[in-house]
Design a protein. Sequence first.
Length: 172
Amino acid sequence: MRIAKELTIGQLARRSGVAPSALRFYEEQGLISSRRTPGNQRRYRRDMLRRVAFIRVSQNVGMPLAAIREALNKLPEGRTPTRNDWAVVSEGWRAELNARIRQLERLRDNLTECIGCGCLSLDSCMLANPYDVCGDHGCGPRRLLEDPAPEPAGGRRSPAGDCAAPAQRQPA
């Protein structure tokens, strides 16, 4: 049995588990490539299966397409990523992924409490964010955007959580 060196878009979609529309989008974004037949049909080299798998795994760990494109563009002559390539790329993404994990953990842990938006509309705001101390650290959901301050000696934080209260803050 002869194995085809090229795949149609339908074959690539079935083998990769990615919709043809997504494959066309990936191609428009410069993540994969094809050649066109005289009848203007796309034909993909078989190694595009690995490239599509690389893209899907990268997306599943939360990497944006721009970062994926950047990683693929670093490969010599646009070749398909190898296991070693994945190891190098994933190591480079480790710090960003760890930061996202910390942010998701903060979201999970504070999901039912004040997120430090400064709205002062929740009943618990005076307990979780007295006098809007999180507002002193900038706009937006401060507890989700910033890494928490280190635990003070004694292991207790202010009621404001990640937004440390000034020593002498009076209500406005």
